[in-house]
Write a new protein. Structure first.
Length: 131
């Protein structure tokens, strides 16, 4: 089982040794792939895939954590929609730009914790998805 306290201590030690002392550097634990969260909103996924007229559209995952390979799941939908491969560095951002944050908060408790951590971070910038 991972020892998060030991991981945090090692990361903080590494940052100190590298001379990073900026109080705006804030550690936040991410325990799921970003794609797990993106599976919550099928409308956002359909918008990016531009497949509103197709019968076989992705459906929202009310329990996104149950998907064992979220990147593979998204890749399958992209290929089925003939949009090529799912490229996380391109498509995740596009999906996130149109995602319904209310739905995300309602179906992904880990996002609520992540968002709360971001909002409490020192020097936290205003977030685009403020409630």
């Amino acid at each position: 089982k991972p020892d998060m306290a030991a991981d945090v201590a090692a990361i903080e030690d590494s940052l100190r040794r590298a001379g990073v002392t900026d109080p705006c550097v804030y550690l936040l634990c991410v325990n799921r792939m970003l794609e797990t969260l993106l599976l919550v909103d099928a409308q956002a996924l359909n918008a990016v895939l531009q497949i509103a007229q197709q019968k076989q559209k992705p459906r929202s995952k009310s329990r996104p954590a149950s998907v064992t390979d979220p990147k593979g799941f998204l890749d399958g939908w992209f290929q089925e929609a003939r949009k090529g491969r799912y490229l996380d560095y391109v498509h995740a951002r596009r999906i996130a730009e149109v995602i319904d944050f209310k739905r995300l908060r309602g179906h992904a408790p880990e996002f609520v914790a992540f968002e709360g951590g971001l909002n409490q971070a020192p020097c936290a910038p205003p977030l685009a998805w403020q409630p």
